[in-house]
Design a protein around this ligand. Structure first.
Ligand code: CUA
Length: 300
């Protein structure tokens, strides 16, 4: 009944089980006593009511036992809570950025991804932040959840116990794309993780560009295949005649390299007509920006 899918799940399950178990035991005891009293002191069996004086022993028992039960509850809650709040020193740090409407993971060696790859059995510390509004990072299987707040760092940690893939949700309403703000935690064997962590991947140039778009969260709102989403599609974007709003004034342009660069660095400068002004500023290096431009140019 206590899951060992992660260390955090085991801790939360213990508290949950204790509180639920106690509640069930008390419910059964109290209800049984109530039913017994209804029958035993029924007016037919017990026609004359009696005055009952206090009973010191009963009062002491009914005070001491609940206090012990509640103190055990407090002990489990407090020790597990502080355990869950403090990541061990050797935890692998991963920076998590929430943005409308995707999750972005960055590792110590600069590796970026849109799913959270972790090795099994190793503590992982998540440093959460947000590019725009308040999001909430939730891994139901691991029983952990924490808000991602702009301008502030929050923390979570866990140690996955079983290889597999687990859902990540955003659990703070953050706009029209909120329900699409999902990702995965992929728990890998240590050697598979090491290989992924060290390798640049055997992906070709175009594939690498798409991976970057995905890792940066771009594909949360833009598609590469011409389909409609929250933002305009990337397919055939170069040379596309587009009506944009600059400071509220409409003008028609042809999408070129300069326009792409500006749109990445200052998303609010020009807004494509008919689309909301909601794109966050996503930090990119010069090299990454070059890759983005080259990738979009090839998406014909
Ligand atoms: Cu992000 Cu809801």
């Amino acid at each position: 009944m206590i899951s060992d899918i992660s260390n955090t799940a085991a801790k939360v399950d213990l508290a949950f089980l204790y509180i639920t178990g106690m509640s069930v035991v008390l419910l059964v005891l109290i209800t049984s006593f109530m039913v017994y009293s209804l029958v035993r002191y029924n007016v037919k069996r017990h026609p004359r009511a009696e005055q009952i004086e206090g009973n010191v022993a009963t009062e002491i028992i009914l005070t001491v036992i609940p206090v012990i039960l509640v103190l055990v509850m407090f002990y489990i809650g407090w020790t597990n809570f502080s355990y869950l709040r403090n990541a061990p020193k050797d935890a692998i740090p991963v920076t998590v950025r929430g943005m409308m409407w995707s999750w972005h993971f960055e590792y110590k060696n600069g590796k970026q991804n849109d799913v959270l790859n972790v090795p099994v059995g190793k503590p992982v510390e998540l440093i959460l932040t947000s590019a725009d509004v308040i999001h909430s990072f939730y891994i139901p299987a691991f029983r952990i959840k924490e808000d991602a707040v702009p301008g502030m760092k929050t923390h979570l940690w866990f140690k996955a116990g079983e290889i597999g893939s687990y859902d990540v949700f955003c659990t703070e309403y953050c706009g029209t794309g909120h329900s699409h703000m999902v990702s995965k935690v992929v728990v890998m064997a240590q050697d598979a993780f090491d290989k992924w962590y060290a390798g640049a991947g055997a992906a070709g140039k175009e594939n690498k560009g798409l991976q970057l778009l995905q890792a940066k969260g771009c594909l949360g709102c833009h598609t590469a295949d011409g389909a409609g989403k929250i933002g305009p599609t990337f397919k055939g974007i170069f040379g596309r005649k587009t009506v944009i709003l600059t400071n509220g004034k409409e003008r028609e342009i042809v999408v070129d390299e300069d326009y792409i660069r500006r749109s990445v660095l200052q998303p609010a400068a020009d807004i494509v007509k008919g689309y909301p002004n909601i794109m966050p500023v996503i930090p990119v290096t010069k090299d990454e920006l070059d890759t983005i431009v080259a990738t979009l140019e090839e998406l014909k």
